[in-house]
Design a protein around this ligand. Structure first.
Ligand SMILES: Cc1cc2nc3c(=O)[nH]c(=O)nc-3n(C[C@H](O)[C@H](O)[C@H](O)COP(=O)(O)OP(=O)(O)OC[C@H]3O[C@@H](n4cnc5c(N)ncnc54)[C@H](O)[C@@H]3O)c2cc1C
Ligand code: SF4
Length: 327
């Protein structure tokens, strides 16, 4: 491990100012991702700015009914919170299906959204990787691509985003709250995580910005949601494919729908073709199967992961079935 300086910020402004003083500085929240990457020599911060003392861990319900999750809220506390469990059950489910109990007690929501890909070549500094070293090539292309993307990839990067929470948040039209050198701003959750047009950039965060919170408004749609995760083993493992689904069913007809897939793209994948195929249709298995087919028609699997197309279809039908009562 390379030497680095450590500083504990006492305020958001101090944390942001400290970032401006070192071009290689990075924030430290729970440390469950960045410390791994430092040990692997993938991340080489000059200064680690510990934001753990900032008052950003609260989960609150605002007067308008929206739920605001502080960026430093632990994954476990978020999964356990009544407002999250009732307002967007799929979010609590996605968190409880993530990592392990010990990690969930340490890791923060902001860090979860910003965690980096688990691509084995990205984490191995002896291998070319356009994300770690722009222009060096992509070792996954023609290599072990079993866990890689089936949507939105290109000839520069075929990695997938590992965050379960982020997939579930796409069912809620959530907002990310940021504070940086230029002040405060908000941005939609959808689109914050990027496709690999520039593989070095995982998100649209501006250097030096701090995520302060993530908020969403519970609705009839978000309250009827579920999360299904398919993985190589039942615990302590990232998704091969996951599905977050939300349905608003009225008198047997789908009034509104949100579907997102994980483990399939460089960013959580909003399944818009599936949503279009669901809305206005009866909430029955044939509708769910047609919606899954509509979405997966555009999939472009890699050499070793054609199975993800079938897996994603089956997972979508099963997840939607549990919501629509036609499993
Ligand atoms: C063995 C293992 C299994 C795992 N399995 C899963 C899984 O199944 N599903 C899943 O979703 N995740 C999984 N994870 C990932 C885990 O959830 C993340 O490591 C964790 O959420 C990161 O949060 P953290 O607070 O520890 O972030 P840190 O490691 O402290 O930070 C991560 C990154 O975010 C930046 N950062 C953190 N907070 C902020 C902020 N507020 N504003 C700006 N920048 C910030 C840091 O600078 C760093 O770049 C697993 C991790 C491990 C080690
Ligand atoms: S898939 Fe992306 S992260 Fe993995 S080696 Fe290729 S460029 Fe790097």
């Amino acid at each position: 491990m390379r030497p680095f300086a450590y500083a504990r910020a006492q305020s958001a402004d101090a944390a942001i100012a400290a970032m401006a003083q070192d071009a290689r500085a990075a924030f430290l929240a729970g440390g469950t991702n960045i410390v791994d990457l430092i040990k692997l020599d993938v991340a080489q911060p000059g200064t680690l700015i510990d934001i753990g003392a900032l008052p950003l861990a609260a989960i609150e319900v605002a007067t308008d009914g929206s739920v605001r999750i502080g960026a430093l809220a632990r994954m476990s506390d978020t999964a356990d919170h009544t407002a999250v469990r009732s307002g967007a059950p799929c979010v609590a489910m996605a968190l409880n299906l993530s990592a392990s109990a010990q990690l969930r007690n340490m890791a923060s929501i902001g860090g979860n959204v910003l965690q980096r890909t688990r691509c084995v070549y990205f984490r191995d500094v002896t291998q070319p990787c356009n994300k770690r070293q722009p222009g060096s090539g992509c070792s996954a292309i023609g290599g072990d691509d079993r866990k890689m993307a089936i949507f939105g990839a290109n000839d520069r990067c075929i990695a997938v985003n590992p965050s379960d929470f982020s997939v579930a948040m796409l069912t809620t039209d959530a907002t990310i709250h940021l504070r940086g050198p230029a002040g405060e701003r908000t941005t939609p959750f959808l689109g914050f995580q990027r496709l690999p047009d520039d593989p070095a950039l995982d998100t649209n965060i501006v250097r030096g910005e701090l995520i302060t919170a993530i908020s969403f408004m519970p609705t009839a749609l978000t309250r009827n949601s579920t999360y299904l995760k398919v993985r190589d083993r039942a615990s302590y493992e990232f998704a091969l494919v996951s599905v977050a689904a939300a349905l608003d069913v009225r008198n047997g007809t789908i009034h509104d729908a949100r579907v997102a897939l994980g483990g399939v793209a460089h960013a959580p994948w909003r399944a818009r073709a599936a949503e279009a195929a669901l809305i206005g249709k009866p909430a029955v298995r044939a509708t769910f199967a047609a919606a899954a087919d509509a979405e997966l028609r555009a999939a472009k699997p890699q050499r070793l992961n054609g199975f993800k197309v079938v897996m994603a279809k089956n997972a979508m039908v099963r997840a939607l079935g549990t919501l629509g009562g036609a499993a």
